[in-house]
Every structure is written in C-alpha cells, then in structure tokens.
Design a protein around this ligand. Structure first.
Ligand SMILES: *Cc1c(COP(=O)(O)O)cnc(C)c1O
Length: 397
C-alpha cells in the first residue's frame, strides 16, 4: 500500500552511524531508523549474538518456558525499577497493553467506564485505541469512530489536569510521552512531571510514561522519568529496545502490578528467543560501553554546536531536546530539508511540519557529532536564506 511518501534512496549497508546507498554514496545517519538502531549499524556484538541465536532457535511459543525472555525481563525490570514485563513487537502494541492495563485497573476498582488523561500533540501509535489516544487530527482523520475513554489536556499544564480531577470521577490513569517525539520534540518540565505524579498518587491513578521513543538511554538516563526522580506505574517501550529487531515491552510496577492475570493479554511472536537476544545484547552493551554518559556528552556538544551556529539566525525559532533527542524548530514548514540533507550526505527527519529531528544512534562519537553539526548547519542556512518556503505568518497575511 502507498502509506509512505518515500525518499528516492535505498540504504544497503551500514557501519556505526554511517550508511551507504546502492550507488555506494556514504551518509551520516542522524536518525537511526527513527530512534531504533541504538547500537548503530552492524555492531559486532549484536551481529554475533543474533547470528548465534538464529543458528540455535528463533521462535518457540509463549505456551512454553522461554529462558531468554526471563533474562530480558530481569534486565528490563532492573533498569526501569519496575516489576513485571510483557513483551510484544512494536510501540503501538506496548501502548495498547498499557491502555488495557489502565482499563482493567479501573474495572477492578469498580469504575465501569474508565477514562485516561492524554496530552495534546502526543503520539502513541496507529491502532484504533492508540490513534484515539494520539493528539493529532492528521493521524485520526478518516478512522472515526474513535475509541472512547480519553480526556485530552495541554502538555505542561497541571491546572488542566486538576480541573479534570475535580470534574471527572472516571479517570484512572495519566498517559504521557515525557518528551514528545512525533509532536516536535516537546520536553515536559521536570517539576510538571513531579506534580503530575502527585496528582496521580492523590487520586490513585496510574502514571503511564510512554518511553517508546525517548526511553532506553536517549535522554542521557535510561528513562526520562528518572530525571524527575520517581517511579511510574506503567512504561511502554519499543523502538530502541532491540537495536533494529522488532520488539516492544509493557513494563508495570506500583499500582499497575498484578493487574493482568493469565488470559488477559497475549502475543504469538512476543518475547521470542531472537527478539530477546536483541534486547539482552542491546541493554548489556549500553551499560558496558557507557552509552548513557555518551548520550549526555555528545548530545550536549551537538546542541551546543547547533546553538552556536544557528541561534539568532532568522527563521530558527528554538533548539531544544535532551541527550540525543534533539529538535530544531523553524518558523516555516521545512519538509523539503530532508531531501536537501540527503544531497549533503545526511539522514534526518522533519516532524510536526517545521521541526528538524535529530535522533542518532547512542554509539555516536564526539568527532561524528561535530561532523553532524558541520553537515547540518549549511543545509539549514541555505534553506532559510533561499526563502524556499514563506514563514507561516507571512503566508497568512
Ligand atoms: C513510534 C512511537 C509509537 C508507535 O510505535 P510503533 O512501533 O510504530 O507502533 C508509540 N509511541 C511513541 C512515543 C512513539 O514514538
């Protein structure tokens, strides 16, 4: 089906943060398959572990014991600080599981029409429940009727959540992407997250942190909630969890613990030995190669370099983000920058119409970070200088 407007390039080989196309041209990969290739391309340790596992066994079934799934779950529990893990195959599935946990949690407490607070501009996936939770009309349009039971508020607005708490007794959970990815790299203030957690505790709601994109080391800690210093009840994960092998997880602790019982949820592929090898190897390598510290230092250097070169340039609205999750907001739609960057040997993405999104692999080195800035800055400046598209305000006049 024609569901993607694709760029006219095919990458056939990768090494670290570098990609090669069919003609042998080399590109710096500042996107990592949309925050997926945590360890970059062709990481020797991942290649070896996966190859060996394929030679042993790829898939069995959740009808039997899966020791590698237990090993992966132990590691996920360890880094999240939570207790129970359900493995699935994608981000929307992890979020679908989270929404089901919230509804079941509500029903178990006698709330027959449980509601979940969600945020404007959030992205949670494209299944019917997750697109209904998503705060984008573009994602929802044409797929109505939407799944009910979501109440929407603006991000970083505690008063809006307090209002809902007083008027809606059906609320059972808050569902938030602490750094919105698709919505334009919108960062939650840490004191906002703490305030939200307090409201959740006061009302016995679940705090559900969608860390599918921002989690797993990208922010400089394993998870964004760890910057705020508390434990959520539900944490959906996917994207970077298997460094490119499709895998997701819904992790629960606190009030979310024990909500799912045998028969409440399932997945045929979920947690198979191949995917679990990818999880174990990814998490162990992040630890052993100190990639959290690397995300902080190289991420800071990239943001610093971008700010030095672009802050104050007409057309650049804001440079923001955390660790290796970076957005540059322009005052005009800039989708065509993706093609211009490719011509300059740089792979990136534009989201929310006017935000350049940088999500490199966590293995990116300091020199590579400088190279990224050196390739990106002239592309942005040339685009803005040529007035390739009119600023929004001007277009509206
Ligand atoms: C990408 C994303 C999803 C959906 O993940 P899929 O694997 O594409 O289903 C959900 N939530 C967030 C925050 C995402 O970035």
């Amino acid at each position: 089906m024609n569901t993607y407007a694709r760029q006219p390039v095919a990458f056939v080989r990768g090494q670290g943060i570098w990609l090669w196309d069919e003609a042998g041209r080399k590109y710096l990969d500042a996107l990592a398959g949309i925050a997926v290739n945590t360890l970059g391309h062709n990481h020797p340790r991942l290649v070896r572990a996966l190859s060996e596992q394929i030679g042993r066994i790829i898939h069995t079934s959740n009808l039997f014991q899966v020791p590698l799934q237990e090993a992966a779950a132990d590691r996920v529990a360890g880094i999240t600080g939570l207790d129970e893990v359900f493995f699935c195959n994608s981000g929307l599935e992890a979020n679908e599981a989270a929404i089901k946990v919230a509804r079941k949690y509500g029903h178990d407490r006698g709330v027959h029409e449980p509601a979940i607070i969600v945020m404007e501009k959030a992205f949670h996936g494209r299944s019917l429940a997750t697109l209904s939770a998503t705060g984008s009309r573009k994602v929802q349009a044409g797929f109505e009727p939407l799944v009910q039971g979501f109440v929407r508020v603006p991000l970083n607005d505690l008063e809006a959540v307090r209002q809902v708490a007083t008027h809606n007794k059906n609320v059972v959970a808050v569902f938030i992407e602490p750094i919105q990815g698709e919505g334009g790299i919108n960062v939650s203030r840490l004191e906002y997250l703490r305030g939200l957690k307090e409201i959740c505790d006061a009302n016995q709601w679940l705090f559900m942190s969608d860390e599918v994109q921002c989690g797993l080391g990208r922010s400089g800690k394993w998870f964004v909630y760890q910057h705020a210093g508390f434990l959520p009840d539900v944490v959906p994960l996917a994207k970077g969890l298997g460094s490119g092998v499709p895998v997701g997880a819904c992790v629960v602790g606190g009030r979310g613990r024990g909500v799912f019982k045998p028969g409440n949820h399932g997945s045929t592929f979920g947690g198979n030995p191949l995917a679990m090898t990818a999880v174990v190897t990814t998490l162990d390598t992040i630890k052993e190669e100190n990639l959290l510290a690397n995300a902080v230092s190289v991420g800071d250097a990239i943001r610093g370099g971008l700010a030095a070169a672009l802050q104050g340039v007409a057309g650049v609205t804001e440079i923001r983000g955390m660790g290796l999750m970076i957005g540059i907001e322009l005052d005009r739609p800039c989708g065509e920058l993706v093609g211009r960057a490719l011509e300059a040997g740089l792979v990136l993405n534009v989201t929310a119409d006017n935000v350049i999104r940088i999500l490199p692999a966590l293995v990116i080195g300091e020199a590579e970070g400088r190279e990224l800035v050196e390739r990106l800055v002239p592309v942005v400046k040339a685009f803005l200088a040529q007035g390739a598209a009119q600023p929004r305000a001007a277009a509206a006049r």
